[in-house]
Design a protein around this ligand. Structure first.
Ligand SMILES: *[C@@H]1O[C@H](CO)[C@@H](O)[C@H](O)[C@H]1NC(C)=O
Length: 353
């Protein structure tokens, strides 16, 4: 008896390790952690709005942004950056969060009102029991009539634990990361012209009421009985060529040194393992891409890399033909069978784009 227990106790870590490796291998999401220099809030950021709803931790290293019936809140980097790696560990509000947007993005809209640049990660709220969804997007030189949205689900519940979300912006490419998984890369393409962000940007983090559009196209609104809604940010990172917000043009020489330094970081390199993880993520969790939305863009935007097998999964609205995961697909197939037997046609499951 004792021998048996000892043996299984000894074996337990082995099995859990095996389990871990199996899952890491299966999902391909096991890339080594980035080597990052973490800032305290006051070292890099300032409150932006809703000051009373911005709560710093006693050690100054993490910050909570609250949304209540009176206001949302936000913070901004104290400098602007000509290229950079903008990153934070974020935990989203839990339970009923329809209509809420938590945004982590770079922009220079305050300085260049008509020709602004922007890179977005926007979490779009959820109704209870449904997963959070999020989108990435970019604008350059005021290209606000040419959205470049992609929408995704996640492989974890972002309200249960902290995960790292990052935006890398260099002169060559843009990479959006969830943890160490690159989920989207936009390689600079001459045909994009000014649509590729080119001017210094600040980092913003905000929580706000976007009832009119965030969740199911605005059908599910913020319910303040569940307020305050709390998002938490920690292990903040700002790497890049910092400049004063009122300095209109970057010092090209100074920034070329930082550019080289930025591009030498491990997060600037998509290794074959990371590329495989990116492909898997996009296969399983992306449910909308503007690149496949031929109704919106009859001419494919120049930076889009069309993957023929990926394209087959999308309709000409850029939405998935079926649900995102296999499980969902099975559920829909069942529902469809039921409906078909009643002679009804299936309506599109994705109504929020
Ligand atoms: C940005 O837009 C402005 C105004 O439309 C234009 O004059 C300028 O050439 C554009 N810049 C780039 C890099 O395309």
């Amino acid at each position: 008896m004792i021998m048996g227990r000892l043996q299984s106790e000894k074996l337990a870590p082995f099995f859990s390790l095996l389990f871990f490796f199996f899952f890491s291998w299966f999902f391909g999401f096991s890339t080594a952690a980035f080597n990052l220099s973490i800032l305290s809030f006051d070292e890099g950021y300032s409150p932006l709005f809703g000051d009373g709803n911005l709560v710093r931790s006693p050690d100054g290293h993490s910050v909570r942004l609250l949304l209540d019936v009176y206001t949302g809140s936000g913070f901004i980097s104290s400098s602007m950056y000509q290229h950079g790696f903008f990153s934070a560990k974020i935990k989203l509000p839990s339970d009923y969060t329809a209509g809420i947007v938590v945004a982590f993005y770079t922009s220079n809209g305050d300085v260049y009102q008509k020709t602004h640049d922007e890179l977005d990660i926007e979490f779009l709220g959820n109704i209870e029991g449904k997963p959070w969804r999020f989108q990435t997007n970019l604008y350059g030189n005021g290209s606000t009539n040419r959205g470049r949205e992609e929408r995704y689900r996640l492989w974890f519940d972002p309200s249960k634990e902290f995960h790292r979300y990052s935006i890398l912006w260099t002169a060559k490419n843009i990479i959006f990361y969830v943890d160490e998984v690159p989920i989207r890369e936009v390689v600079r393409n001459d045909e994009m012209g000014g649509d590729y962000p080119s001017k210094p940007m600040s980092l913003y983090a905000t929580i706000w009421d976007a009832s009119s559009w965030a969740t199911n196209g605005g059908k599910n609104k913020v319910d303040y009985r569940y307020a305050p809604f709390i998002s938490e940010f920690k292990e903040l990172v700002l790497d890049g060529c910092a400049m004063d917000p009122i300095q209109e043009l970057p010092d090209a020489a100074a920034c070329s040194v930082t550019d080289t330094w930025l591009e030498s970081h491990d997060y600037a390199v998509i290794t074959p393992a990371r590329r495989a993880a990116m492909r898997k993520f996009r296969q399983h969790y992306m449910y909308y891409s503007y690149c496949y939305d031929t109704l919106r863009y009859p001419v494919t935007p120049p930076e889009c890399v069309i993957d023929p097998t990926e394209r087959q999964r999308f309709q000409d609205t850029g939405r998935l033909k079926f649900g995102g995961s296999h499980r969902k697909q099975v559920r829909i197939t069942r529902a469809r069978r039921k409906r078909r037997s009643r002679g009804a046609s299936i309506s599109n499951e994705q109504t929020d784009m």
